[in-house]
Write a protein that binds this ligand. Structure first.
Ligand SMILES: [Zn+2]
Length: 227
């Protein structure tokens, strides 16, 4: 069983991926990490990707898709993979679908964590770190007891340049203008699970599991680490 998560930055995608990995015994398959790993291990694909990666250029889609296929061959007892970060465009999704079909595989379910843009902006732009230990706080969702002072060490809080509203708005624009098209693509394939991401972590996870159970007819064997 192979699952994919789609969600903007701040949607809780990483947290939900981790919960699914544990509950369904899936292997993480984040494209950035796959690339770095293949390059470090100097595999054939890693060597092919290295020149692009070193220059900061985009690694060709087919190469990334082949890395995903390679990961499918190294499951080490896992039930499948959980995709994150690739595909981002319909062109990439088509390449991946074709390559997967060639080895008799497919993505079984695509989960979209739907969080309104304004909520994402609020969550992300409220993020602050403390100067002493980089403890993470959020004015909106996880505030300190005393404003602008870390609860643990009393140091001052600051905001990373990447977390300023303009930068965040730009990243969200990219997601809502480009990646969002994938959702239509997978909807047409009847594989899309649309989840309201504006709930607690537990509620989102339960909604995902309920959908997977009915859509993929999961058995207790699939829910490996449920206990
Ligand atoms: Zn601190």
């Amino acid at each position: 069983m192979n699952v994919m998560l789609i969600g903007a930055q701040g949607s809780g995608k990483g947290t939900q991926a981790q919960l699914l990995e544990e509950q369904l015994n899936l292997k993480p398959c984040a494209s950035g990490e796959l690339l770095r790993d293949a390059i470090a291990r100097e595999t054939a694909l890693g060597k092919a990707a290295k020149p692009y990666y070193d220059k900061g250029d985009l690694v060709p889609d087919e190469l990334v898709a082949r890395l995903i296929l390679e990961r499918l061959q190294e499951l080490d007892g896992a039930n499948g993979i959980i995709l994150d970060g690739f595909p981002r465009t319909i062109a990439q999704a088509k390449i991946l679908d074709e390559l997967l079909a060639q080895v008799g595989q497919r993505i079984n379910a695509i989960i979209y964590l739907d969080v309104p843009r304004q909520e994402l902006l609020d969550r992300l732009s409220g993020r602050y770190l403390c100067r002493a230990h980089n403890h993470v706080w959020n004015i909106k969702t996880h505030p300190t007891k005393v404003p602008n002072v870390c609860d643990y060490d009393g140091s001052e809080l600051y905001q990373r340049v990447d977390d300023t509203s303009e930068r965040i708005a730009h990243r969200l624009d990219i997601f809502f203008n480009e990646t969002i098209h994938l959702i239509e693509y997978y909807k047409e394939q009847n594989k899309l699970i649309h989840v309201d991401g504006n709930q607690s972590i537990e509620e989102v996870h339960e909604q995902i599991m309920a959908n997977l159970r009915s859509d993929l007819r999961l058995t207790s064997n699939d829910e490996y680490a449920a206990s």
